[in-house]
Structure formats: C-alpha cells, structure tokens
Design a protein around this ligand. Structure first.
Ligand SMILES: [Zn+2]
Length: 465
C-alpha cells in the first residue's frame, strides 16, 4: 500500500514515460473512487454489461488492445463522455439517448479510447503533477466533474483546494485530429460505420449553434470545428459504404435510459411506445414493447409488465434484458421465490457474469436469510469495480446476523470504495467500540484506520497549496 502515497512525476509529459504502470493503475483506482462520490454512476447490470461490451469490442480493435479499460455510464442528460487515468471512460446517458445509431455512440467511445492510448489525457492533468497520489486523483476527478456539471465541479474543487491551480481541460487541435484519425480506424476494424463519426460531430456542432450556452458539454473539452468535421469526413469516406445494423442491446439500453431520464414523463413515453409498437422490424417492435413494459413496471402495473417480458423472453431466450426485466418485476412484487428461480436461470445462461449472483444474494438478504447470503458471498468472485456492492452486502449480512464489528468493518470498506474516506474512518471507530472485538480484529481495524487517516492527510496537501 506504500505505493499509494508516492508523489507523482510530471504528468504533462505526453509520452507518459514518467508515470509507471503501477502508479497509473493506483491513480486510476483512486480517481474512480472520487468519481463515484461525485457523479451518479449507473449500477444497473444491463447498462453496465452493455457499455463494457461495446467498449471492450472497440478496445480489441484499437491501436493498443492490451491496455486496461473500464467503461461506465453516468446518469446525466448532458451530452458528454470523458476519459480518466488508468483507462476509466465515462459515457453520459444523455449521449447514448441522443445518438441516432450504435455507430454514432461507438464513434465517441473510439475517440475517447484514442485520447487514452495516445496519452493525450496526461496533458490535461499537468496541474496534478508532483502531488501525492490521493491528492492528484481528487484533483483530476474535480477537473472532470467541473466539465461535467460546471457549478458542482468548481464548488468541489474549491472545497479541497483554496489556492489557484491552472486547469487545462480542453484537448489541443492536434490531439483532437489524432483522436479522430485513430478513432476512425478503430471503428472500421470493429465493424462499425466510420461515417457516423463526422455525422455525429456535425449534429453536436449544429446543436451548439442552436442552443448557445446549453451546448453539448462534450464540445467544451473536445472543440469541434468545421475543418475538423471536413477532415474526418474525408477520412471516413475512404472506407466503402456499408449498412451497419444496430444491436438489439443498443436499442434496449437506449430505451431503458430514456425511461430513467427525468426529461420524459411516463405518460408521454407510453403514448410514444404504443404508437410505434407496430412499426419497423420485429426487433424494433420488440424494443417498443420492452419500453412499454418498463413503463408499466414504474407504474406498478405488475401483471401487464410481466406479460410483456414473459412473451419477449420466450421469443428471444438469449436476450438477457427481457429476463432481467422479468426478474425486476418479481422483485418489485416481493415474489422472491420467482425472482430466485429467474436469477438461477440467468446464472446458467450467463455463467461468466457475477452480477446475477450479486442480485441473488441481495434477494436472500431481503428475504431475511443472512446466513445463506454470507455463504454465497464468501464463494463469490467479483471484479474490482464490484467492490462497493460486495462490501455493502457483506456489511448488511453481518449486521443482520448481529455481528457489529464485522458489519462496521465492511461498511468502512464500502465507504472507502465510493470515495468517502471520512465515512470509512467513522465506521472503523464504531467497530472499535462494538462488542465482540478480539485481538486479531483489533489489529486489522487499527491498520485500516491508519491507512484511511494517511489518505485524508494526503488530501490536505491540496488545501495547503
Ligand atoms: Zn477529443
């Protein structure tokens, strides 16, 4: 853990030779903890699964397929996407909703991937150079949050940093051109339509002319000019024209996100889906039915919702979203027997995805079976990005079993994973006061307390500047 408190080298060096892979990974993890505490990240398993799948498909066709990347969706209506250290790429729900095809969405992701593989992002982080790692991660997160939600971000930054630090959040014209050029190659290799990149950028640019101050956030950090669009179009048109169909998951995820956006009323959406339910291909019609089902679910019309999802899941047994929606209906109805059965079915169909096991454990806890939940948790294999949820379930299971020391101990890990280090410290202190503390646990708690305190101390470096 000593690595965490190393001071970083000059991050403005675009060759990136000064930061080691281990430092970059630690910086990325710390950055993501900060982002978790400040932005509304989607934990929906369908959404997470989709964005990971399309992102990794593009990475595999990028100029550095071996680099680690992690993709996530930020629930925000602003049209934006951003890249952080360690290959963390955030895509706003607003960008997905406003894309007209999957290739358009892919073109922005491919562009962001190129900024990472070409190490352009480090130039924007120059201001974070020479800081301790936790402080640098907090600062980079604050810079990104500032572009995301201008008011909130600047507030968060001034709260941790009183002095004046120069922030460079926009990429240079050369960086943009390079990211377009490499992004287009990636798109073509991944079998998306390269022409969708200039088409989407042009739409964004037109939107900015139309909306003025309400222009897409993406343009603040990735300035789009007419010459850049022309240049990108020239490159894209060298590829033979081909029709690239949208995947069904793209349609379903876009539908799901539209429903969770505050901009649409459920009533209007129902009218929309009902009007379109008999139009287009069978897949397009299925997506409209799915949307209608989700609206019914929100309105707690469970039998109508279940009917739709059951029919769809029988017609398309390999489309996971229909089965997960059916499971959601069962959970909302508190029919845990049916929910467990469906989740076991999902686990069999998709054995490599631990999300369904997480959901299963969640149901065991809701159904007041903490001992069984704990047994499952101990066998569970989870990814680093699933840490927060894992620790939360563990804390809950121990809490339900009346084991307060362990409950607070894992609650501390949960808080740390979501970027609330002071909350983590409080939980450790509660654990230290709880009954049932033995020598072994006492030593673990002391060790973690010291680690969290050191990290808070390192963050104070920002205030001192
Ligand atoms: Zn860019």
């Amino acid at each position: 853990m000593a690595n965490d408190h190393l001071h970083l080298p000059n991050l403005g060096d675009s060759t990136g030779t000064l930061i080691s892979p281990a430092q970059e990974k630690a910086l990325g993890d710390a950055f993501f903890r900060n982002i978790r505490s400040q932005l509304d990240i989607s934990y929906d398993s369908d959404i997470q699964h989709y964005i990971q799948a399309i992102g990794q498909k593009l990475v595999a066709s990028s100029d550095n397929p071996r680099q680690d990347f992690y993709f996530f969706v930020v629930m925000s209506d602003d049209i934006n996407a951003f890249a952080g250290p360690g290959g963390f790429i955030g895509i706003n729900s607003g960008l997905i909703i406003n894309s007209d095809s999957e290739s358009e969405l892919a073109s922005v992701i491919a562009h962001e991937i190129a900024h990472v593989t070409q190490r352009h992002i480090y130039r924007s982080y120059e201001a974070a150079s020479k800081l301790s790692l936790p402080a640098a991660a907090a600062m980079i997160a604050a810079i990104i949050v500032a572009t995301q939600a201008p008011d909130v971000g600047i507030g968060a930054l001034s709260a941790i940093q009183a002095g004046s630090l120069q922030m460079q959040i926009d990429f240079t014209r050369d960086n943009e051109q390079e990211a377009d050029r490499i992004g287009i190659k990636t798109l073509a290799r991944a079998h998306f339509d390269p022409r969708s990149m200039p088409a989407f950028f042009e739409k964004l640019q037109q939107a900015s002319r139309y909306y003025g101050a309400g222009a897409p956030e993406f343009l603040r950090t990735h300035p789009i000019t007419a010459s850049r669009i022309a240049d990108t179009r020239g490159r894209a048109e060298k590829y033979p024209y081909r029709q690239v169909p949208n995947s069904q998951s793209y349609r379903l995820i876009k539908t799901k996100l539209r429903i969770s956006s505050a901009q649409n009323s459920i009533k209007d959406l129902i009218t929309f889906f009902q009007r379109k339910i008999n139009q287009g291909t069978p897949e397009q019609r299925a997506a409209m039915q799915y949307g209608l089902g989700l609206c019914y679910l929100q309105q707690r019309k469970y039998p109508q919702a279940a009917d739709i999802f059951l029919t769809l899941s029988q017609r398309y047994p390999n489309q996971r979203e229909y089965l997960t929606a059916l499971t959601d209906v069962a959970i909302n109805r508190r029919d845990f027997t049916a929910a467990k059965k469906l989740l076991l079915q999902l686990q069999q169909k998709f054995p490599h995805e631990s999300d369904f096991q997480f959901e299963y454990i969640n149901i065991l806890l809701t159904a007041n079976q903490p001992q069984q939940a704990l047994q499952h948790l101990k066998l569970l294999e989870y990814t680093q990005q699933q840490y927060p949820r894992y620790f939360l379930l563990l804390a809950q299971a121990y809490g339900d079993l009346g084991q307060k020391v362990n409950s607070h101990r894992y609650m501390a890990e949960y808080y740390y994973a979501i970027g609330h280090t002071s909350g983590a410290i409080m939980q450790i202190k509660l654990a230290q006061q709880a009954k049932g503390l033995n020598f072994y646990l006492s030593a673990i708690l002391e060790d973690r307390l010291q680690f969290f305190m050191d990290e808070l101390q390192a963050l104070k470096q920002l205030q001192a500047q």
